[in-house]
Design a protein around this ligand. Structure first.
Ligand SMILES: [Zn+2]
Length: 322
């Protein structure tokens, strides 16, 4: 009997997995190609990881990102469809350091059973990781993409994993990652110069949750979040009044909502402190909609890409505090 149930579950799993990939193709989420046979099926979690993997993998792989724009990875729960996608994947890339708090168990179990599961932030040396001020169960701060130069350190994890599974593509993966690394380092320099336009005493980012400490460290911006490193933590009344005091003491011009967190809390703080909330949301834990391009200060970028996300955040910050 038990055997029969196992067989049924496996069959359902296989069907669902095939169905999920078919759905994905219909929705145009994957690269369409006349010959998709033999391509690596890669599943990713956050939009930033999806972007990185698509850039490095190019047309050699099929990528299915589980979390879309505006999705909070801390509280994200695996859906039935995700389970099927994960089962059908050759390789899974996730961000790591407990960013995907509620998916961690699923990913670890899969890694133990089948292998092929990689946290891109495993490419970062421990010495470069930040310890949250507030307790995050003893884990490191996972918001590493806030620092483009550090984020570039994650590329090697993707290159190595893809190359091992598809040795014929190794050279291409390496090449694309090299070009992307150069773009990320150029982005880093651009952001540093742009933030330099803000008066030093105004270089303060007040936002919904503690997602910007790597960003702050990279670009010498002081960072205050209403909630802790995970959105699963609650902000108390005392946190709120401390933050209001801080904003008033520093005479800040603007504080900032985030695209993946409800803005209610930060709006309440702004009302109490008598400060404006930026009309643009910052992208903290998810990028914008793909194809949502803007032209600002003579530059055009897609807010649905990692590079566009950072450019949008930096421009929003500078325009709000300058
Ligand atoms: Zn976060």
């Amino acid at each position: 009997m038990a055997k029969k149930i196992v067989v049924i579950i496996v069959v359902i799993g296989a069907l669902a997995s095939g169905l999920s990939w078919m759905l994905q193709k219909e929705q145009g989420m994957s690269h369409s190609s006349a010959n998709e046979e033999g391509k690596l099926r890669v599943v990713t979690t956050t939009t930033m990881v999806t972007d990185m993997v698509k850039i490095i993998g190019g047309e050699r792989i099929l990528v299915q990102g589980l979390m879309g724009p505006g999705v909070d990875p801390h509280s994200y729960q695996v859906t039935f469809r995700d389970t099927a996608a994960l089962q059908g994947a050759d390789i899974i890339f996730y961000s790591g350091h407990h960013l995907e708090g509620k998916m961690q168990d699923v990913l670890e179990k899969r890694a133990k059973k089948h292998g092929g599961v990689f946290a891109v932030t495993d490419g970062i040396a421990k010495a470069d990781l930040l310890q949250p001020e507030e307790e995050f169960q003893g884990y490191y701060d996972p918001h590493i993409w806030g620092d483009p130069a550090l984020w570039a350190g994650c590329l090697s994890v993707v290159v190595d994993a893809l190359s091992e599974a598809d040795p014929n593509g190794a050279e291409q993966y390496q090449e694309r990652a090299g070009r992307y690394r150069d773009e990320l380092l150029a982005l880093h320099d651009w952001a540093r110069a742009r933030i330099g336009e803000i008066a030093p005493e105004q270089r303060v980012l007040v936002t919904s949750h503690d997602a910007f400490h790597y960003f702050g460290k990279a670009f010498a911006v002081e960072v205050k979040g209403l909630q802790g490193v995970s959105t699963n933590s609650e902000s108390g009344l005392k946190d709120r009044s401390d933050l209001v005091d801080f904003i008033q003491r520093r005479a800040l011009k603007t504080i900032f909502p985030e695209s993946s967190v409800n803005a209610k809390g930060i709006r309440a703080v702004a009302a109490e402190a008598g400060v404006q909330v930026s009309e643009h949301e910052l992208f903290s834990d998810a990028m914008g909609e793909p194809g949502d391009t803007v032209t600002l200060h003579g530059e055009t970028y897609d807010k649905g890409s990692y590079i566009g996300m950072i450019k949008h955040n930096v421009n929003t910050l500078v325009d709000g505090l300058k």
